[in-house]
Design a binder for this molecule. Structure first.
Ligand code: ADP
Ligand code: MG
Length: 245
């Protein structure tokens, strides 16, 4: 077992954004996390990586209790996450942005640069290495965000809507990239609204609704679960119906 979150809660005042969620991740898995906007997925990620201290519960990673550990300690132990709104250094080049991640394990500039270049190769950004980050369009930004995390050499990577805003053909390329990352030995948890991504990549899916895990299982079973359709697909279908009337 690589990560175990037990009964994690995150409260903002009286509001329970995450309300007793548990998750066990085994080495080598790709887990999908789905659910409507506001269900608590990003907040749960924040609790897993040390960006928020959970109001209750416990998080174990690779044999360590990381419930109250800092984001830096999490990164050192090997948990990396992408941000739904990427924190890119706009005035730095793409290579330099990735080097920021590589410095975690490679304090010498030369080593950090070499490792960052290796990550740029994997993520298809080599040709853009010397451009400033601010010059990037959406697909490049998504890749840079993934590259920045990869450069920290995580054992577990949490992708928070890392493929949102891509065109269908860009999504296909991004799915290939995620497969390659997985094949390189990294365990993954993916928050994604694009059902095709979830169905084609994940071994197991958890459905979040109102801060709780309301269903989990094989991706095809989960998307056919009536409770899931009601909470998630039903709601978006209703929204579409409202828009059409
Ligand atoms: P998701 O990622 O599933 O769309 P979030 O985890 O971003 O959902 O948000 C879950 C709920 O928690 C939302 O209602 C959001 O407004 C609320 N929330 C998130 N962060 C905070 C915060 N720092 N303070 C107060 N409420 C928050
Ligand atoms: Mg979110």
């Amino acid at each position: 077992m690589l990560l175990q979150a037990e009964d994690v809660g995150m409260y903002f005042g009286g509001f329970r954004a995450v309300d007793g969620a548990s998750l066990t991740i085994n080495q080598g898995e790709i887990i999908g996390l789905i659910g409507p906007n506001g269900a608590g997925k990003s907040t749960f990620f924040n609790c897993l990586v040390g960006d928020l201290k959970p109001s209750k519960g416990r998080v174990l990673f690779d044999g360590h209790d990381v419930t109250n550990a800092s984001p830096e300690e999490h990164a050192k132990l090997g948990i990396g996450r992408t941000f739904q709104l990427p924190a890119t250094f706009e005035e730095l080049t793409i290579l330099e942005n990735v080097m920021v991640g590589a410095f975690l394990r490679h304090p010498r500039v030369k080593d950090a640069r070499e490792n960052a270049q290796r990550v740029l190769d994997l993520t298809g950004l080599t040709a853009l290495a010397d451009q400033k980050a601010k010059s990037l369009g959406t697909p490049g930004r998504k890749r840079l965000e993934i590259a920045r995390v990869l450069a920290t050499e995580p054992k577990l990577m949490l992708l928070d809507e890392a493929l949102a805003g891509l065109t269908p053909s860009e999504v296909q390329l991004a799915i290939e990239l995620v497969r390659q990352i997985h094949q390189s030995g990294i365990t993954l948890v993916i928050v994604e609204h694009i059902m095709e991504v979830i169905l084609s990549l994940t071994d197991r899916v958890l459905v979040f609704n109102q801060g709780k895990v309301i269903a989990s299982g094989a991706p095809t079973d989960v998307v056919n679960d009536p409770a899931v359709i009601e909470a998630y697909l039903g709601r978006s279908l209703n929204k579409k119906r409202e828009q059409n009337t």
